[in-house]
Design a protein around this ligand. Structure first.
Ligand SMILES: [Zn+2]
Length: 357
């Protein structure tokens, strides 16, 4: 029941976009007393990130194991009951799944973790639920302290300890601005209709080998003139960075051909967000250990549609996996809850896994 009790305490501390994370930071300072703790200043919101050397100093660590999670929850609608409560062997409350259960597991496993020889470092970001902020800055800090990982575990909910997800798609949001030439409706042939060319691009994007979704579009508006501008935003989802680069090169070529073949046409693109995929580049050693422990692979179809800090971390350490308690389907929903039995089993399995390194 230890992990459950810790999780109940963690759920009572509210922290989401717009709030301060000081109370949660103070909780972690207390829980990890005696560890090497560093706060990284965050200028966007003023809510610091945290790095904790559980059994080591935050300096010159080779082959460390990084455990990573985020402090924030989604912003709950007013009518939700977000308080911790146990119903039928399940702990309910905001953050019970995404993702305070991971921290509760680590805190309850602390005595074991402190005894380990391999350096174990916990990194905690503050603003994952808004746009996965913070991971870059944390990695920068680790590099500046000459800390190199051999294994990174992201504690996002993927039904650990039964399952692990070594994959998810990347995601990129891009804005396209098509500029044509306005003309009076009496002489439309003198204009270049931006909406017509925007629709040609949308059609081209839909035929790509990666998933593209137009999420916003706007332009024109007057019935007296040919529209001279059209803007739209597209969300790309892709399994590997190579595949994404290949498809984007095709788009660039297509845009160039439209521009050269059309008078008064200018098309620009802007990357608004880019989150790399977690690719299956993990070592056979790591995957072998997980298999030996009886950990199964999480549904690829479901996992691929999500995004985590794992993609960013995997560029720093290829042996990055998502191994956190809680059911992905129960994230960001009114009745977020997690089975106590699985929650209590998590730290035991986590320690078992870490002992292999
Ligand atoms: Zn999350």
């Amino acid at each position: 029941m230890k992990t459950t009790e810790i999780l109940k305490e963690l759920i009572t501390i509210k922290f989401w976009d717009g709030l301060s994370n000081r109370e949660l930071l103070d909780y972690f300072h207390k829980a990890f007393k005696g560890c090497d703790i560093h706060e990284i200043t965050e200028t966007r919101t003023g809510n610091p990130y945290m790095v904790i050397g559980i059994n080591c100093k935050l300096k010159n660590q080779k082959d460390a194991i990084i455990l990573h999670g985020h402090m924030d929850t989604i912003v709950p609608p007013k009518e939700w009951d977000i308080s911790p409560r146990v119903i039928d062997g399940k702990l309910h409350g905001l953050g019970s799944v995404d993702m305070r259960g991971f921290f509760a597991g680590i805190i309850s496993a602390l005595p074991e973790l402190k005894k380990m020889k391999t350096p174990i470092i916990l990194t905690i970001s503050s603003d994952e639920e808004t746009a996965i902020y913070g991971t870059d800055k944390i990695i920068e800090f680790l590099k500046s302290r000459r800390i190199t990982p051999q294994l990174v575990i992201i504690g996002e909910p993927r039904m650990a300890p039964e399952y692990v997800a070594p994959y998810h798609n990347g995601c990129s949001v891009q804005k396209f601005v098509v500029k044509g030439k306005g003309a009076q409706m009496s002489v439309p042939q003198l204009g270049t209709n931006a909406i017509v060319y925007a629709s040609k691009i949308v059609e081209f994007l839909n035929a790509l080998k990666i998933t593209t979704t137009v999420v916003e579009i706007g332009g024109g508006g007057s019935i007296a003139t040919v529209p001279d501008t059209c803007e739209f935003k597209v969300l790309f989802s892709f399994p590997t960075q190579t595949e994404f680069n290949k498809e984007i090169t095709k788009v660039k070529k297509y845009i160039k051909s439209l521009e050269t073949g059309t008078q008064n046409l200018q098309i620009s693109t802007e990357i608004m967000a880019h989150l790399p995929p977690l690719e299956e580049n993990q070592s056979p050693k790591l995957m072998g250990v997980l298999e030996k422990m009886g950990v199964k692979l999480f549904d690829r179809e479901v996992a691929s549609k999500t995004v985590t800090e794992g993609g960013i971390y995997s560029n720093f350490c290829p042996d990055t996996i998502i191994f956190g308690p809680g059911d992905l389907k129960l994230c960001h929903v009114q009745d977020e809850h997690t089975p106590i039995e699985k929650l209590e089993a998590y730290p035991i399995k986590l320690v078992e896994l870490l002992k292999e390194f």
